[in-house]
Every structure is written in structure tokens, then in C-alpha cells.
Design a protein around this ligand. Structure first.
Ligand SMILES: [Zn+2]
Length: 336
């Protein structure tokens, strides 16, 4: 019931000047605390799986668990593939029932990025799945045991306003991830966001814009970026680091612990705390409980929302046979 398309969700965020947090799931233990945080905060949420994190979980195994959890709650939940790099991964995510896919071809020249993203948009939109694209480079995503080497954004890789307009017009994406001084992983020194660029890009294109590399950005900078148009914020590194820290403290205090279940509970409590904190800063707290958002598109406002823009999307019910058909057609056209 509460699965929602990225487009509907972010358009609502954009219009009401808040951002939806997109939290990466790298363990099955993350699903419940992220969902609990969203329910208790009366906040919409995006749960996402990054292709780079497939080493931690199996996409086809974890997707049904997230979808099941999402369908049981009344808040809107979008399930997003984060940084899908390959065509196959995109199709796998759509088949698994994701309501959104990010196709990241940002390391390629703009022309190639546009051409490939356009194809993905055609496929995803035909089954009601939203697409996030990226231009400008944000750098490598957080993966591995140790903290990634801190790095800083290079102004050369910042998203150009003209490129954003061209990318939007030619691809038809639903949301755009931009490079404005944000980096994945850990920042070298203080993050220095180019707020003027955020505002210019937001004014130039009619789709919501996305900030990746949320960990390390100050609450004030988040609020300013949101006021200038950021509608989705990807947040993972800090959430993961905080959970590991909580686990370490627990193990130090309980050296005899042999119960993984109890250790997982500590991690879950910490993840929930982090996510709730972000929802407050991102302004998405109490959005589903406020008077201005009552849904007229579902019976008895059971989704907790009240605006027509916030339709729990019927189109996101993905039929395997339909996806099979599209996959076959696309593969055939690619072989020509
Ligand atoms: Zn990212």
C-alpha cells in the first residue's frame, strides 16, 4: 500500500520544501530500524541498495523483505537502486519490485551518459518506476572495512547548469543527482557546498535535485541546501560508522557476549537514532501527519497523506511478465 514512485514522492518534497532521506541498506538488520524511524517520525523514507554494496547482500533476497515491510506501513516508502552502473542491474532491480532506480553513468562523457540514461528511462517508465540520473562527478562510494581516505570535491567536476538542462530535456529523468562540493565517504576538511549552483540548477530544471554524500555535512548546510531546492539526500557513511561505534562500545562493555542477536539489537537501535535525527534535520518529520497533506487518492487517507500529488502509486506494481517482455525487446534492439 505504501510503496511510492520516486517522482510522486520527490515532487511532494520539492513543493513542500523538505528532503527525503535515502538510507542505504547494507544488512538485513537495517530494514526494521529505518522503517521504525520513519513510522515514529511520521516521515516518508527512501530505502536503497547500492550496486557497490551487492557484496554485502543479495538483491533478490533482500528486496522482498523491504517490499513486505513497506507494504505493511502507512507512510510512503520508495525503494531505490543506488548508483546502478550496469544495464543488467537496473533490470534486476525493476524485476525485484524497486519503485525507483538510479542509473549512474556520470563517469562517461555527457553525450554517452544522456544516450544510455534515456534508454533506462524508457524501460523504467514503462513499468511506472522512477529514474534518478547523475551528472558531474561525486567520486567513489563508501565501501570496505576501513574509513575511505578523506577527499575533497574538485570544482572541475561540479555540475554545469547548462548540462543539467540538456540532460533533463533529453533523458526525461525524474530526479537529478548533482555535484556541488559534495563527496561520497569522508570529507577532507569542512564540506564547502556551492549553494549558488544548487539554486541555479533548481531554477533551471523542473525536476527535484538530489544531494549525495550527506555524511559530514552540517545541519545548517543541509537546511540551506533544502531551502534552495534539494529534495533527496543520500546518507550512509555516518550511519554505518555510528552503528559500528555502538557495537564496539557494547562489545567492550560485554566481553563475554556470544549473542549476535543482542549485538544486532544494539546496531539497530543506533541506526534508528541516526535516521530519526536526519529526518528532523531534513524537515520530513511529521510530514505525513500534517494537515496540509491528506490523501484524496486512497480510501480513508490510509496512507497518512492528504495531497493528490502523493498517490501511493498503483503503477509501481511490477508484473514479471511485462518486465520480461520489455527486457526481451530491449535486448533485441541492442543486438541489432
Ligand atoms: Zn551516491
Amino acid at each position: 500500500m505504501a510503496l511510492i514512485n520516486l517522482k510522486d514522492l520527490l515532487n511532494h518534497a520539492s513543493k513542500n520544501k523538505y528532503a527525503v532521506g535515502a538510507f542505504n541498506v547494507t544488512s538485513i538488520n537495517f530494514i526494521d530500524p529505518i522503517m521504525e524511524a520513519a513510522i515514529e517520525s511520521n516521515s516518508p523514507v527512501i530505502m536503497q541498495l547500492a550496486e557497490v554494496h551487492f557484496r554485502y547482500l543479495n538483491l533478490e533476497h533482500i528486496a522482498p523483505a523491504i517490499i513486505r515491510a513497506a507494504k505493511e506501513v502507512s507512510i510512503p516508502v520508495c525503494i531505490n537502486l543506488d548508483h546502478g552502473k550496469n544495464f543488467d542491474t537496473i533490470i534486476r532491480a525493476i524485476r525485484a519490485g524497486f519503485t525507483s532506480v538510479m542509473f549512474d553513468c556520470s563517469e562517461e562523457p555527457l553525450d554517452i551518459n544522456i544516450a544510455k540514461t534515456k534508454e533506462i528511462v524508457k524501460i523504467a517508465h514503462s513499468v511506472g518506476v522512477g529514474v534518478e540520473g547523475e551528472i558531474g562527478n561525486i567520486g567513489g562510494e563508501a565501501v570496505g572495512i576501513a574509513a575511505p581516505t578523506p577527499h575533497e570535491a574538485s570544482a572541475e567536476s561540479f555540475t554545469k547548469v547548462g548540462d543539467a538542462v540538456r540532460f533533463y530535456e533529453e533523458t526525461g529523468v525524474d530526479a537529478l543527482a548533482i555535484s556541488v562540493g559534495n563527496v561520497h565517504g569522508t570529507y577532507k576538511g569542512e564540506p564547502n557546498l556551492d549553494f549558488e549552483r544548487i539554486e541555479k540548477i533548481n531554477n533551471a530544471i523542473p525536476i527535484p535535485i538530489v544531494l549525495h554524500g550527506g555524511s559530514g555535512i552540517s545541519d545548517n548546510d543541509f537546511k540551506k541546501a533544502i531551502s534552495l531546492g534539494i529534495s533527496k539526500i543520500n546518507f550512509y557513511t555516518e550511519m554505518s560508522a555510528s552503528a559500528v561505534k555502538a557495537a564496539r562500545i557494547f562489545l567492550n562493555e560485554n566481553p563475554d557476549c556470544i549473542s549476535y542477536g543482542d549485538l544486532a539489537k544494539i546496531v539497530q537501535a543506533d541506526v534508528k537514532k541516526t535516521v530519526m535525527g536526519r529526518m528532523e534535520v531534513f524537515g520530513s518529520k511529521n510530514i505525513t501527519a500534517s494537515d496540509k497533506t491528506l490523501c484524496i487518492s486512497c480510501d480513508e487517507s490510509s496512507c497518512g497523506l492528504t495531497e493528490p500529488q502523493f498517490k501511493p502509486d498503483a503503477k509501481t506494481v511490477v508484473y514479471d511478465s511485462l518486465v520480461d517482455l520489455i527486457t526481451k525487446e530491449v535486448l533485441q534492439s541492442m543486438r541489432k
